[in-house]
Design a protein around this ligand. Structure first.
Ligand SMILES: Cc1cc2nc3c(=O)[nH]c(=O)nc-3n(C[C@H](O)[C@H](O)[C@H](O)COP(=O)(O)OP(=O)(O)OC[C@H]3O[C@@H](n4cnc5c(N)ncnc54)[C@H](O)[C@@H]3O)c2cc1C
Length: 353
């Protein structure tokens, strides 16, 4: 007999399954894709929190304060738990003095979790709620569904670059809402990166290395001529703005004097060359370099509303990017929220069953 059904074998779903199995449950994990890991597999693997809870509140002011506190308070223990399962740690710092956390090897962490997570059914999306067992929805948000993105995020949905797996297309949102769940504020918000614009080719294994992370050093001009002054260190504000410009595009004009400046371990000049080699239009004069970029959507930040037990509706719990309202108004680690809420969802679902 199945005690728990999990939809999605990304960070949140694999964690929920491993937690449930450790509590003695029989678990079935449905995965829409042909491999486990979801966007976690494509990620940099940095699982982090703000050093201070007050910073988390200030960075994501419209987010749910209770859920933010849960993530903040539980993350360190949950990372120890993950390490204990055999997830290898590559680095014990985030490189950002305002945050703490670990860099994991995503592929090895996925293998470690999948070994402990019950029966994994690849290429078998959950299409309807099972009814016979509690379910944890962990399908990774709705960024891959053009219509949902057009409805909630931007009319330029067709022009966005999908910087995530193609399978996270809002199934959790639809299933949860059909079961009576409500949605959070901030459905229009997403986390993403500026990426080399077409004709550049951006394959999924290059999502991390091709990110263009120097908006705060550039003059940012939308394809319609509007300019934008980025404020957020994460640059999530400029990417969301860009997503609403014609073609979801912008130009980054960078003075040549800034090309040697370093951002997260790479110089701006190196990032520009990477964009150019990938095929983006780059214009150089003696004073400046102009790079054509497009908004890349990584995860939607709005989604199902849950309580502190990760419950979304009767018999339905949710975790990861299917849960909205944690980073509303800013940015925090999606992997951290998936880890913490994934464990909570499994325990709550089994307790309620
Ligand atoms: C390039 C890149 C870099 C990133 N870097 C970081 C980082 O360093 N730190 C950080 O915190 N975050 C990072 N992220 C974001 C992070 O990967 C996500 O926040 C995280 O993976 C969300 O976890 P999840 O379990 O909700 O979704 P996912 O890990 O994406 O898993 C969702 C899974 O659900 C599956 N699915 C979808 N529909 C169904 C269905 N109907 N039935 C069954 N399965 C279904 C999908 O195929 C997928 O496997 C990055 C993402 C990318 C793409």
């Amino acid at each position: 007999m199945t005690d728990l059904v999990v939809a999605g074998a990304g960070m949140a779903g694999l964690v929920a399954a491993a937690e449930a199995v450790s509590l003695g449950a029989e678990v079935v994990v449905h995965e829409k894709g042909d491999r486990p890991g979801g966007s976690f597999r494509l990620s940099s693997g940095v699982v982090w929190r703000y050093r201070e809870l007050a910073d988390f509140r200030a960075e994501c002011p419209a987010g749910d304060a209770e859920l933010q506190q849960l993530v903040h308070e539980r993350l360190d223990d949950d990372l120890l738990w993950l390490e204990g399962l055999g997830a290898p740690v590559v680095e014990r710092t985030t490189g950002n003095p305002r945050t703490v956390g670990l860099r994991l090897d995503p592929v090895a962490a996925i293998d470690a979790l999948a070994r402990r997570g019950g029966v994994l059914r690849l290429d078998e999306p959950l299409r309807e709620l099972p009814g016979s067992a509690p379910v944890v929805l962990a399908t990774g948000g709705f960024q891959a569904d053009r219509e949902l993105v057009r409805e909630h995020v931007t009319h330029e949905a067709d022009s966005l670059l999908l910087r995530a797996t193609r399978w996270s297309s809002g199934d959790g949102l639809r299933l949860g809402c059909a079961a009576g769940a409500s949605t959070t504020a901030g459905l229009a918000e997403f986390y993403g990166r500026a990426m080399p614009a077409p004709p550049a080719r951006v394959e999924e294994h290059r999502f991390v290395e091709l990110a263009q992370l120097y908006a705060t050093h550039a003059t940012v001009e939308g394809a319609g001529g509007e300019t934008f002054e980025p404020r957020a260190w994460s640059e999530v504000d400029v990417v969301q703005w860009m997503a609403r410009q014609p073609g979801a595009r912008a130009s980054y004009r960078v003075p040549v004097t800034k090309l040697q400046e370093s951002v997260r371990g790479r110089t701006i000049g190196e990032m520009v060359v990477a964009a150019e080699v990938a095929g983006a239009t780059v214009r150089r004069t003696s004073d400046e370099v102009v790079v054509e970029v497009v908004a890349g959507i990584t995860t939607t930040l709005g989604g199902l509303a849950v309580d502190r037990s990760a419950r979304a509706a009767d018999g339905v719990w949710a975790a990861g990017a299917d849960v909205g309202g944690i980073s509303t108004g800013g940015y925090s680690s999606g992997l951290a929220a998936a880890l913490v809420l994934g464990r909570i969802a499994a325990r709550s679902a089994l307790g309620a069953a």
